[in-house]
Design a protein. Structure first.
Length: 165
């Protein structure tokens, strides 16, 4: 998909009774979806060298920040179905990146912990991810990047409290 860099997209009408034509390219989720898809493609290519998939990377990134979380909690944070993440955690465990232990407070739950190898792999990948992100955000000022994060945070908050869920 090609986007005209000179175009100044406008927001679709938010009036439920509007007769204004609906242009999908003026729908914010159009851009968010395409950005996420291309990021997934780019990240997948970068991770092939490490024999990892993006979900494994997201799990490593989260576990290095907060280790010893339940599969359910990790699934919520890394945007995955619990069952899919459980399979990926099994693969990561066989690679020596993580280990699973019974939760001391709830024997029905499992805690996922990062191994030394997992932390090492995370640290090896991090510079590549930072370069990829810098490339993605090229041309944005520091203020624009900060504003983008503030706007995305607001959107995330709004969508999580949606009455349509």
């Amino acid at each position: 998909m090609k986007i005209d860099k000179q175009a100044k997209p406008k927001m679709i009408s938010l009036d439920p009774d509007s007769d204004e034509a609906f242009r999908f390219s003026e729908y914010p989720m159009f851009y968010i979806g395409h950005i996420q898809r291309q990021n997934f493609i780019n990240l997948s290519a970068a991770l092939k060298t490490f024999d990892l998939i993006p979900l494994e990377w997201r799990a490593l990134a989260q576990l290095q920040e907060k280790d010893g979380v339940s599969v359910s909690e990790l699934a919520e944070i890394v945007i995955s179905e619990r069952s899919a993440l459980s399979r990926v955690i099994g693969t990561m465990e066989s690679k020596g990146l993580v280990k699973r232990l019974p939760d001391k407070k709830d024997q029905r739950a499992t805690q996922v912990l990062l191994t030394k190898k997992g932390l090492s792999v995370f640290k090896d990948i991090l510079p590549i991810v930072r370069k990829k992100l810098a490339w993605t955000l090229d041309g944005l000022s520091t203020e624009e990047k900060d504003n983008m994060m503030q706007l995305l945070t607001k959107l995330y908050s709004n969508i999580r409290r949606s009455p349509f869920a």
